[in-house]
Design a protein around this ligand. Structure first.
Ligand SMILES: [Zn+2]
Length: 122
């Protein structure tokens, strides 16, 4: 993989992830890391394919090499500041409005997460 194709943000996050995974593996006297299950908010725009590629690249030569990254996407949820309705928002839409009262004044309440759900080791 050439240098130019990296997304620095995703690469940095994957690097942090790998550190945590290796720390966990060490604390649990693991021989090998099998899987890393993540919950990632839709707003972060990560894909499992790319996370896996970064992970494969960074984990080479460690006990996490070959570990499978499983990514579960958390959809974007918003809350209306006017009527307090909560709704799922399509982030590809240019202007998001409350489906109940049509107010454009809404805030994001979910969709920015980056959570390690579980790490599978042997
Ligand atoms: Zn509303």
């Amino acid at each position: 993989m050439g240098k130019g194709v990296f997304n620095i943000h995703e690469l940095a996050i994957t690097e942090e992830l790998l550190k945590l995974v290796l720390k966990y593996a060490e604390e649990n006297d693991a021989q090998r890391v099998i899987s890393i299950n993540l919950q990632v908010g839709e707003l972060r725009d990560f894909t499992e394919e790319w996370m896996q590629r970064y992970f494969d690249y960074l984990s080479r030569g460690t006990i996490a090499e070959g570990g499978k990254v499983v990514l579960k996407t958390i959809p974007v949820e918003m809350e209306c500041n006017e009527c307090m309705a909560t709704f799922r928002a399509d982030i590809k839409q240019a202007d998001i409005k409350c489906p109940d009262c049509s107010s454009p004044s809404c805030r994001v309440t979910a969709g920015n997460e980056f959570i390690i759900e579980s790490i599978g080791v042997i």
